[in-house]
Each structure stands twice: as structure tokens, then as C-alpha cells.
Design a protein around this ligand. Structure first.
Ligand SMILES: Cc1cc2nc3c(=O)[nH]c(=O)nc-3n(C[C@H](O)[C@H](O)[C@H](O)COP(=O)(O)OP(=O)(O)OC[C@H]3O[C@@H](n4cnc5c(N)ncnc54)[C@H](O)[C@@H]3O)c2cc1C
Ligand code: FES
Length: 270
């Protein structure tokens, strides 16, 4: 894992892409060169000095040649509602933070040969670089994305461009793909007979709202598929010192920022 870098990341663009969803590009060459799929950045937002704490955002995409990082963010609270108004500035950024997904390493070692990636809402972001990496290495990979509405399925075309096939989609309101939660698509894919090239999945990665991750993790584990979840706990320091982000696991309390955010789902005490 690369050492943490503290870098002033210059904002390059900040565009609305869906309901309360925005895509931000930052010039951050050191982090863009080092980041692995599933890692995140911990950022201090310019012009919001009243917010003492940094905020964590997964790296959605990174271009090491241009030194550019992208984050896909959703307006949730005071700071993420402030961020769309930023037109220029430098973000004090620590990164890349966390362990990242193990899928690429498992594929290289031969323990993951057929992958299923499941992203709910902005949970599609931390999986995108993993999808790119698995696809580039030739690992057969299926992607399931869920969102409330068609407008919120903002990562769909990006995945399609990267993978050459459209991800399987579900929307809560039925405006695109399967109507309802994406868990039904996951259950179908894990059921007997739903295989890639006649081979069952042996690696599942999921990110999204905690109830979705819990359900998908239980499905994966009960089908004997090695399953990873990215636990997006509230974070303060982001460097393992404050214990604000602990996750209960079968091995005791672990810090989501430095021991995670990616965990073996079978070890999570939900
Ligand atoms: C490792 C990691 C990666 C993340 N990646 C992304 C990403 O790619 N895109 C994105 O939009 N968001 C991401 N988040 C969540 C993002 O950090 C929060 O939405 C943001 O910090 C909220 O700040 P705020 O000031 O707007 O909200 P606050 O005013 O701090 O909080 C508003 C509400 O959101 C809840 N909340 C805040 N943080 C979280 C959290 N981490 N998980 C669940 N609920 C939370 C609070 O409990 C509160 O109810 C990630 C979080 C983590 C830990
Ligand atoms: S955020 Fe401080 S220990 Fe994880």
C-alpha cells in the first residue's frame, strides 16, 4: 500500500450529473498515481472553514497521466450541500486512504475468477476502478447497479464504456431496468444456473447503503461466494487515531479508515 500523501488538490471541474449528485475533478498527481480501487481521499473543503473535520470521498476514477482524480458526490448534509457552489480552489487532501478491494489481487493469485460487483446509489463510485481493473485483466465481471430513479443511475454509461456491456440496472420507481431494489438481480445471479461461462461467481464486492450491503453480503456468504463490503462509517481523523469509525467484526472493533473501508463481509457483525 502506498504511503499517505498530503496534497493540495486544485479543483478542475464540478458539475451536476443527477438529482443531488455531482462529479468533481481534482488535480492531484501524487494521489492519482498511487490510488488503488476502493481507496478514498479525506478532504478539507475550501471556503468552508467552519467545518473543522475533513470529509471522506471514494476515488471514482483516476488518470495518472493527467494527474486527475474524480469523485462522485451526493448532497447529504451541510458540507456536501455547500460543495456544488465551489467554482475554484484547492482542497487539502490526504490520500490514498484505506485498504481497497482485494479483487484484482485475488484474480492475479487465481482465487477470484468470476466477479460480481454491486453498487447502490453513490456506492457505484468506489467500485468503478475495480471494474476497470478486473476488465483490463480479463476477469469475467458482472455489474449490478441500483438507484432510486433513472436520473440517479449516473454511473451506468461510464461502466458501459469501460466494460463494453451495459450493467444490469434496477430503479426503485421502475423508471429504468428492473423495478424495485437491485437485490433481486443479485439473488437471480447467485442462484444455481446463473453463471458466467458456466462457472459460478467466486468474488462479490458491494457498496451502498448499509441495509443493501447487509442483504447482499448475506446472499453472497450463504452462496459460498467470497464477499467484500465497503463500510462507509462517519469519520473524523481518517488516519486511525480517533476511533470514530469503528466497525464491529468477529475479531473485535476495527477502524474503518485504516483497517477498511473494505472488509470480508463474513467478519462483519451487522
Ligand atoms: C470511506 C468513505 C467513502 C465515501 N465515499 C463517498 C462518495 O464517493 N460519494 C459520496 O457522496 N459520499 C461518500 N461518502 C460519504 C460522505 O463522506 C458523506 O456524505 C459526507 O461526509 C457528509 O458530509 P456533510 O457535511 O454533507 O453531512 P453531515 O452534516 O456530516 O451529515 C449529514 C447526514 O449524513 C449522515 N452521514 C454523514 N457521513 C456519513 C457516512 N459516511 N455514512 C453514512 N451516513 C453519513 C449523517 O449521519 C447525517 O445524518 C463516503 C464515506 C466514507 C466513510
Ligand atoms: S476516522 Fe479516526 S480512527 Fe477512523
Amino acid at each position: 500500500m502506498a504511503a499517505l500523501v498530503n496534497e493540495k488538490a486544485r479543483m478542475v471541474s464540478n458539475e451536476p450529473v443527477g438529482p443531488r449528485l455531482h462529479l468533481m475533478a481534482l488535480e492531484s498527481p501524487k494521489i492519482a498515481a498511487a490510488v488503488l480501487p476502493g481507496q478514498f481521499v479525506h478532504m478539507k473543503v475550501p471556503g468552508a472553514e467552519q467545518h473543522i473535520l475533513r470529509r471522506p470521498f471514494s476515488v471514482y476514477a483516476a488518470d495518472s497521466n493527467r494527474g486527475i482524480l474524480e469523485i462522485l458526490y451526493q448532497e447529504i448534509g451541510s458540507l456536501t450541500r455547500f460543495m456544488p457552489g465551489i467554482v475554484e480552489g484547492e482542497f487539502e487532501t490526504i490520500g490514498p486512504v484505506g485498504n481497497g478491494w482485494s479483487g484484482e489481487r485475488r484474480f492475479s493469485e487465481g482465487s477470484a475468477t468470476h466477479a460480481l460487483l454491486v453498487g447502490g446509489g453513490v456506492g457505484a463510485a468506489p467500485l468503478f476502478m475495480l471494474a476497470q481493473a478486473l476488465h483490463a485483466k480479463g476477469c469475467p465481471t458482472d455489474v449490478v447497479l441500483g438507484a432510486q430513479t433513472f436520473d440517479a443511475l449516473v454511473a451506468r454509461t461510464r461502466y458501459q464504456q469501460a466494460m463494453g456491456v451495459e450493467p444490469c440496472c434496477a430503479t426503485d420507481d421502475g423508471s429504468y431496468g428492473r423495478a424495485g431494489f437491485c437485490t433481486s438481480l443479485v439473488e437471480e445471479r447467485l442462484a444455481d444456473g446463473c453463471l458466467i461461462d458456466g462457472v459460478p461467481y467466486d468474488y462479490l464486492a458491494v457498496c451502498g447503503p448499509e441495509p443493501l450491503m447487509r442483504i447482499v453480503a448475506n446472499m453472497g456468504c450463504s452462496h459460498g461466494v467470497y464477499t467484500e463490503v465497503s463500510m462507509e462509517k462517519r469519520m473524523a481523523c481518517g488516519i486511525g487515531a480517533c476511533l470514530s469509525c469503528v466497525v464491529d467484526t468477529t475479531g473485535g472493533k476495527r477502524r474503518s479508515c485504516v483497517d477498511g473501508p473494505v472488509f470480508d463481509a463474513s467478519e462483519i457483525v451487522w
